[in-house]
Design a protein. Structure first.
Length: 50
């Protein structure tokens, strides 16, 4: 019997390939940061005064 995760696909150490990229506006970035903060507060990982 083979060991778990012994297949080559699980042990591939090649560098990842970039398949796409786009510019993000400052407004869009701050909106996403605020959504992340709100979510972290909601699930109890981040307090309100950090």
């Amino acid at each position: 019997m083979k060991k778990v995760f012994s297949d080559d696909r699980w042990n591939d150490t090649s560098a990842p390939k970039v398949i796409g990229e786009r510019d993000v506006s400052d407004e869009e970035q701050s909106e996403h940061q605020q959504r992340l903060r709100d979510h972290l507060k909601k699930i109890g990982i981040k307090s309100g005064h950090e």
